[in-house]
Design a protein. Structure first.
Length: 254
């Protein structure tokens, strides 16, 4: 049954500091804020933002850093929320620098909608600062070819500073759920030097699947259509994120 909080993010986890989430042994997610640039109607956290704890002080951040230090398998830190780029540059860099300074951490991911919703937010100055550690990657949420074209300028600022940019897309009924629309999106992302990373089935959030869900057979057909018409560099993994799973599940396993 679908739930407002299918991944249990409102439930305190023993040993985890407030605002830090861990589902997989090699990575953690940091809730940097509960603010976003847009109120996406398909957001997996739409019912918990404002309720789930966020890392809002230096003390909170210190507890998260200490947790990562105690768990040397963690090599990848996702700065999410909400959207980390709704914060001021100095605050963003406080998060980035705190985790990038740890020798065990190889990747610090900026998870953001800014290149689509507010491209001017990604300034060249911010891109230079983010690039300094050599560990930052950007994950951008892009759902249509028009959004990919709108994100191109901001993505270029990051790419030209050596920051890899990837896209996570949600397969949405009435938005991008035809083969041609999906193929156009993947081509537009490639043209913008944004690597298509994942295309997700809707998360099992209450009301989300009913409004935006795409039948599995149709999703598989879209994936096959794109795979036959575009090279592997531009072909994302079509997956579902299932509560309790130890991985993102490829559609061909469902």
């Amino acid at each position: 049954m679908n739930s407002p909080d299918p991944f249990g993010e409102l439930t305190p986890k023993r040993g985890l500091p407030p605002g830090l989430k861990q589902r997989f042994p090699d990575r953690v997610l940091v809730m940097t804020t509960d603010r976003c640039f847009e109120a996406c109607p398909h957001c997996t956290r739409q019912f918990i933002l404002g309720k789930a704890p966020v890392v809002s002080s230096d003390e909170d951040l210190g507890r998260c850093v200490a947790y990562v230090k105690r768990h040397p398998k963690v090599r990848d830190v996702l700065l999410s929320g909400g959207d980390v780029l709704t914060l001021a540059d100095d605050v963003v860099m406080r998060f980035v620098d705190a985790f990038a300074a740890l020798p065990q951490v190889e990747v610090v991911r900026i998870c953001t909608r800014a290149p689509v919703a507010n491209p001017a937010r990604v300034t060249d100055r911010l891109a230079r600062r983010l690039a300094q550690s050599g560990k930052v990657w950007a994950n951008v949420h892009v759902n249509t070819a028009a959004e990919a074209r709108r994100a191109a300028t901001a993505a270029a600022r990051l790419v030209l500073r050596g920051i890899p940019v990837s896209s996570q897309t949600v397969l949405l009924r009435g938005v991008n759920d035809t083969p041609r629309k999906m193929l156009a999106l993947l081509r537009a992302l490639s043209a913008a030097r944004i690597r298509p990373y994942y295309v997700f089935q809707c998360d099992p959030v209450a009301g989300l699947v009913e409004r935006f869900g795409v039948p599995l057979a149709k999703a598989k057909a879209i994936e096959a259509y794109c795979a036959e018409r575009i090279g592997g560099l531009a072909l994302p993994r079509f997956v579902a994120d299932l509560p309790g799973s130890r991985r993102k599940t490829p559609l061909d396993l469902l």
